[in-house]
Design a protein around this ligand. Structure first.
Ligand SMILES: Nc1ncnc2c1ncn2[C@@H]1O[C@H](COP(=O)(O)OP(=O)(O)OP(=O)(O)O)[C@@H](O)[C@H]1O
Ligand SMILES: O=P(O)(O)OC[C@@]1(O)O[C@H](CO)[C@@H](O)[C@@H]1O
Length: 305
């Protein structure tokens, strides 16, 4: 079974306008509301690609109820824990000449509620896949994902981590199956500016040396590159299309990679389906659907470096 954990889900309120003017009343041209949060997005795309998963995490208040209702309507297997504190955040995504995102903090999670999540995670078995994705509430410290990995050590579970800064660095020594920072997050991790593909490869390899089995670096419209557990390096181009809303492109890439790997056990195929999934989501208002993803697959070339 595949499990995704979204500690901090969101409602994504996506608004489009021609020209955002700070300090003035702006009017939207288009607006959309979606359930969001990285693990949830991964689960939704996995479902499109034929893989059932169980979405875990915490929800609260009216926004949390909305997320659970929509996921239920979409037929997603969700097992979110309802918390009494506050309400699930609303993240605002403004699409104007640039894409601007304002992500909320999310409610605090009590020790008692965290224990409920640990109990669910304790039921994971050999060969399960676990995706730990996205930010965590401010009150939790950056060893949170690491502690989950420690708890599951020796169970032979493939753990995928999509996180930033120390939350990501701290898990590396526990050898996650896959990590997927984007190129900006890679720069931030090492406090460097990376101009060329070779420079990006050098720093991606450092993450592998620090413990990650497979390192996938997404680069938006510039494609992606993968360092595999066998030490191979693959580079992917992108599909062509008009960007509508790239929120969730990275999560779609993670889901496509997992599905592609489970289909074939071949990292090149995994990267290919990941790149098609990321592109299809960038070219959609909502997350991509299956037809769209597969319509882009022949445009993706993956080359060994
Ligand atoms: N404009 C685009 N055109 C084609 N493919 C794209 C585009 N943007 C993203 N993709 C595909 O999706 C992948 C993931 O995108 P990106 O690097 O933006 O992820 P991200 O920064 O993690 O995104 P997010 O946090 O919004 O989910 C890219 O590596 C690429 O394959
Ligand atoms: O604040 P976080 O947890 O880092 O990211 C949350 C988020 O930006 O990630 C998803 C896109 O990847 C969105 O659905 C959601 O709003």
């Amino acid at each position: 079974m595949i499990y995704t954990v979204t500690l901090n889900p969101s409602i994504d309120y996506v608004i489009k306008l021609d020209n955002l003017k700070n300090g003035e009343v702006n009017r939207t041209k288009e607006e959309y509301v979606y359930p969001g949060g990285k693990g949830i997005n991964v689960s939704l795309i996995l479902k499109e690609l034929g893989y059932e998963s169980r979405a875990l995490g915490f929800v609260s208040g009216f926004t949390g109820n909305y997320i659970k209702d929509v996921l239920k309507d979409k037929g997603l297997n969700e097992d979110f824990i309802n918390i009494k504190n506050g309400f699930t955040r609303i993240n605002v995504k403004v699409k104007s000449s640039e894409e601007t995102e304002i992500n909320g903090q999310g409610p605090n999670i009590s020790e008692e509620d965290l224990n409920k999540l640990y109990e669910k995670l304790d039921t994971l078995r050999e060969n399960d896949v676990l995706v730990l994705a996205g930010s965590i509430p401010n009150t939790l410290d950056s060893s949170f994902y690491e502690n989950i990995m420690k708890r599951l050590e020796n169970k032979n579970i493939k753990i995928v981590v999509d996180a930033t800064k120390n939350l990501l660095i701290n898990v590396l020594k526990h050898k996650p199956f896959l990590i997927k920072p984007n190129n900006h997050e890679l720069e931030e991790l090492f406090n460097v500016k990376l101009e060329t593909v070779d420079e990006i490869i050098t720093y991606a390899r450092k993450l592998k040396d620090m413990g990650a089995k497979n390192v996938l670096i997404s680069r938006g419209k510039d494609g992606a590159l993968l360092i595999t557990e066998n030490g191979e390096t693959f580079i992917s181009n992108v599909a062509k299309g008009k960007v509508k809303n790239s929120v969730g492109a990275g999560d779609s890439m993670v889901a496509g990679f997992i599905a592609g790997y489970l289909n074939s056990k071949d990292y090149k195929e995994a990267l290919k389906l990941g790149a098609a999934s990321g592109g299809a989501t960038a070219f959609s208002n909502d997350l991509a659907d299956k037809e769209h993803i597969y319509s882009l697959i022949d445009e993706i070339n993956v080359e060994r470096r």
